[in-house]
Design a protein around this ligand. Structure first.
Ligand SMILES: Nc1ncnc2c1ncn2[C@@H]1O[C@H](COP(=O)(O)OP(=O)(O)OP(=O)(O)O)[C@@H](O)[C@H]1O
Length: 331
């Protein structure tokens, strides 16, 4: 049994000292894939074979193909999730990604995976584990993603609490507000100025209770492991993480049937508005979501079968045209 663990190959180094990208990398979002092939295991056939492709900064690319065609493998290659068994190279803004540690690569790219990771802890911790953002920023991202009501379900203040969690929220709210009011009245103007300048928490956390909807739910605990979230809600939550950390390259691994068309449209509308300058790769399962792309990549048996703007590919009457005709996007 232990042999199984001994045989697991170690991950690529997290950081390679002396070989780190600049703080701005990737600044443009150009991706060049050169003679790239990838095999998951020695005893398996390659999942990607001799991929050659250049994606230009800011391009919106739809990746389509039947199930097992290699769409997700292409995304995994970008994140170096399969470090062994690859040949050829992938360059981002002219830099070969294999020269950097994965800790210098993965956090610089954005992804909305099919299955979102939601770990145990508060919603706030989930969205901002390093305390990089103000509550306003987090709350505004949640509102934009239309997922704020999941985090802080609306409830009428002064009405009897519906459950313990809500009672706790109300109690916490009242306690903090009283504390805040007391600080303002006793400390006076100078103390107020001092507190705003030299302390973070009253400004950051309490004042927000006075902004429109109270984001009290940020301090609620998630159920962990994505429980309590539908597939679509999980994707909206991941989108919220992405909004907080704008990236130059974004991969959207579109969920299939579990996301309703409305949520799907909502995610794509937000991505178009908020990431207009980013390079966006969408692994698509729905026709609607790729028809607005600049170019479509059609994968077939681990290879690129066709590349081009959607309308051109339809005119060519090849594989993409057939997929459109059958409306068969590997679901
Ligand atoms: N972890 C893995 N180990 C071994 N083989 C894998 C692994 N992941 C994918 N494959 C194989 O690689 C090939 C490409 O799979 P990939 O997941 O990239 O396809 P896909 O086009 O994304 O399919 P889908 O639309 O079903 O998600 C398939 O033959 C698949 O069985």
């Amino acid at each position: 049994m232990f042999r199984k663990f001994i045989d697991i190959k170690p991950e690529a180094p997290y950081i390679i000292d002396g070989n780190r990208p600049s703080a701005e990398w990737p600044a443009s979002g150009k991706i060049e894939i050169r003679n790239f092939s990838m095999t998951y295991r020695e005893d398996l056939p390659p999942s990607l074979t001799n991929i050659n492709l250049t994606i230009y900064p800011g391009e919106k690319i739809g990746i389509v193909g039947r199930t097992g065609a290699g769409k997700s493998s292409l995304a995994k290659a970008l994140f170096r999730l399969v470090p062994d068994g690859t040949t050829g190279s992938i360059l981002i803004d002219g830099q070969d990604i294999s020269q950097f540690g994965v800790g210098d690569l993965r956090p610089r790219l954005g992804i909305i995976p099919q299955e979102s990771t939601i770990f145990s802890g508060t919603y706030k911790r989930n969205l901002d584990p390093l305390d990089e953002f103000s509550i306003e920023e987090i709350w505004s991202a949640l509102l934009k993603c239309n997922i704020a009501s999941k985090v802080s379900p609306p409830h009428v203040k002064n009405s009897p609490p519906q459950n313990n969690m809500q009672a706790e929220n109300d109690k916490e709210y009242e306690m903090m507000k009283t504390m805040y009011d007391k600080q303002w009245s006793t400390a006076g103007k100078w103390m107020k100025l001092f507190m705003l300048l030299f302390t973070k928490w009253p400004k950051k956390e309490i004042s927000n209770y006075e902004v429109s909807e109270p984001p009290y739910g940020l301090w609620n605990n998630t159920q962990g492991g994505g429980r309590g979230f539908s597939g679509g809600q999980g994707q909206l939550f991941s989108l919220c993480r992405l909004l907080l950390r704008k990236r130059r390259i974004i991969v959207l691994d579109e969920a299939t049937a579990e996301v309703d068309l409305e949520t799907d449209k909502e995610i794509h509308r937000l991505i178009r508005d908020e990431f207009s300058n980013s390079t966006v790769l969408t692994i698509a399962h729905r026709l609607e979501t790729v028809m607005n792309s600049d170019r479509i990549i059609v994968m077939d048996k681990g290879q690129i079968a066709e590349v081009g703007p959607p309308q051109e590919l339809i005119k060519q009457g090849g594989l993409f045209a057939k997929l459109v005709e059958a409306n068969d996007f590997g679901q």
